[in-house]
Design a protein around this ligand. Structure first.
Ligand code: VG1
Ligand code: CO
Length: 543
């Protein structure tokens, strides 16, 4: 093999965010930009000679190109066996599964998740480690440190191999194995869920609509929901992955999946609706007449998981990201299992899952998953919901309302202010930080601050400390406002404001969410000085 050693200069802006490095496509297309980051990954990973590496992406524009370069660089950096999805496609959870199942050293996942794609859209590169999960902060810091020092990278001179056909070939002395992206993942789902029960429910009239948003889950949903579970083909919409996701944001929420929401609210609504994101790790769950908030979904799934065969032994514990509502905490306490509150981002669940402390994890950002892989998993959540619906023979609305009656309702909303001036957003956070110490005891209308802090997390397994993870204002009675800046955006800053109010009284469980949260929303603006500092009257997205 001829290995080229290419001279390069470090880029100053390759610090991985919440989920890898994300930038606009043209930014990634600068000469050497992608290669530099990939070389930093190989250097930080200290590739054991002959190691196995999984490579795949969500199929967005530029995916193909970077996959070719990643394979050539893997060959030049000591990898002995590359496992790549056919045509470079792998959903994030499917990649996580392959890493684990094939005992790979890790995986390179090319995705900017729910961010739009296409020549002017976003692109991203993420490294997952041997447990199948996103690299923990110690590793991402090592990667970042390397990006600041790189002077060269190594790449095989040969043109990238053809990855359009399933099978194993030799490329420059290493093995390149092209796999069906769906097969192993679908087999795993069959182990966890009772497919026959779900198939029977569907043949007895349970109707559904799954929106793949022209992203990676199309082929997975066709295989699992249509072929194996018998949902009519028309139940899966936008099922063909497109490089630009058809021009939309593959973000499963009420704004970007509005047509699906309208469908579920219409007289022709199916019983169940769901959508996933660009790389297949997020989920949105709907029933006829109801959008289930991700935090509620986590709580309902945790409370009912034992109905699926993969979880019949019960849960070891539950973990949620800090801004996720405390609905899951109530379930954990009822089940008598541990509850863990982690910073935002799936990488923080890895150690808890590996140590067997938790079985189910979730984030308010439409992420739910379990110990079956080390990523959040959109279709997994869909299948667990279907399993529960089939077992309980109740509607989504009935199940959620019953859950509220049983545990109380955690009203919840997230407000996003996108593409805010970065300096203004940082000043807003700094100003909040500066006032934390004096906040306790302050009164805002009927709300009294009981605790205010900048969230930090000590990993109970390896003792690592992560600080500055979001400002929490907690009021007596348990209502909360959380402020944090997004770590996945590519333009300016995105301010996220998370609002939560606990309502035990069942007579007050059917208020419009904005009515229930009105006082908190107003208070968030007073405390955060949002309008004044960002110049925004309204959030861009409410989820
Ligand atoms: C967002 C979400 C976070 C999620 C992350 C990656 O991060 O808030 O919960 O883990 O995206 O999800 P941030 O820093 O922008 O708030 V995905 O589907 O983009 O891998
Ligand atoms: Co995603």
């Amino acid at each position: 093999m001829t290995i080229l050693t290419v001279e390069t200069k470090p880029f100053a802006d390759q610090k991985p965010g919440t989920s890898g490095l994300r930038k606009k496509v043209p930014h990634f297309q600068q000469p050497h930009y992608a290669e530099n980051f990939l070389q930093a990954i190989f250097d930080a990973a200290e590739v054991p000679a002959g190691a196995k590496l999984v490579i795949g992406g969500d199929g967005r524009y530029f995916n193909r190109e970077v996959i070719g370069r990643a394979i050539r660089m893997a060959a030049a950096n000591g990898v002995g066996h590359v496992i790549v999805g056919q045509n470079g496609l792998l959903s994030t959870p499917a990649a996580s599964n392959l890493i684990r199942k094939r005992q790979a050293m890790g995986g390179i996942i090319l995705s900017a998740s729910h961010n739009p794609g296409g020549p002017d859209g976003d692109f991203g590169i993420k490294y997952n480690v041997a447990n199948g999960g996103p690299a923990p902060e110690t590793v991402t810091e090592r990667i970042y440190a390397r990006t600041k020092k790189l002077t060269e990278y190594k790449i095989a001179e040969a043109a990238a191999p053809d990855i359009s056909l399933v099978g194993t070939t030799q490329f420059e002395g290493i093995m390149v194995e092209v796999v069906d992206p769906v097969a192993d993942y679908a087999a795993l789902m069959e182990e966890l869920f009772d497919f026959e029960l779900i198939r029977n429910a569907i043949s007895n009239g349970l109707t559904l609509c799954f929106d793949a948003m022209h992203a990676i889950t199309g082929p997975y949903a066709m295989e699992i929901l249509h072929k194996r579970l018998g949902a009519p083909q028309g139940s899966i919409i936008n099922a063909v992955p497109l490089e630009d996701f058809g021009g939309g944001h593959p973000d499963p929420n009420v704004v970007w999946a509005a047509p699906l929401v309208d469908h579920l609210m219409s007289p022709h609504a199916p019983d169940f609706g769901a959508a996933s994101d660009g790389d297949g790790d997020r989920n949105m769950i709907l029933g006829r007449g109801i959008v289930v908030t991700p935090s509620d979904s986590l709580a309902v799934l945790a409370a009912n998981a034992h109905l699926a065969k993969g979880y019949s032994a019960g849960l070891a514990g539950i973990a949620r990201s800090m801004p996720t509502s405390q609905a899951a905490d109530r379930v954990a306490s009822r089940l008598g299992v541990g509850i863990y509150e982690t910073p935002t981002g799936w990488k923080f669940f890895g150690n808890l899952l590996d140590a067997g402390k938790v079985t189910i994890c979730g984030e308010e950002s439409a992420g739910t998953g379990s110990n079956h892989v080390r990523e959040k998993d959109g279709l997994w959540a869909v299948l667990l919901w279907l399993n529960i619906l089939a077992a309980r023979k109740q509607s989504v609305l009935e199940i959620v309302e019953e859950h509220w009656r049983d545990y109380g309702r955690n009203y919840y909303q997230r407000h996003d202010y996108e593409e805010v001036d970065k300096a203004a957003a940082e000043e807003l956070m700094d100003s909040l930080r500066g006032r934390l110490a004096s906040m306790s005891g302050q009164r805002f209308g009927t709300l009294v601050v009981s605790e205010a802090d900048d969230f930090s997390y000590m990993d109970p397994v390896d003792g690592s400390l992560s600080t500055g993870q979001g400002i929490r204002i907690i009021f007596s009675g348990g209502s909360r406002i959380v402020f944090r800046l997004s770590g996945t955006g590519t333009v300016g800053a995105t301010l996220r404001v998370y609002l939560e109010l606990y309502e035990p009284n069942a007579a007050r469980h059917n208020l419009p969410v904005e009515t229930a949260l009105a006082e908190l929303i107003e208070t968030a603006d007073i405390i955060g000085e949002i309008r004044q500092r960002t110049g925004r009257e309204q959030p861009d997205v409410r989820t």
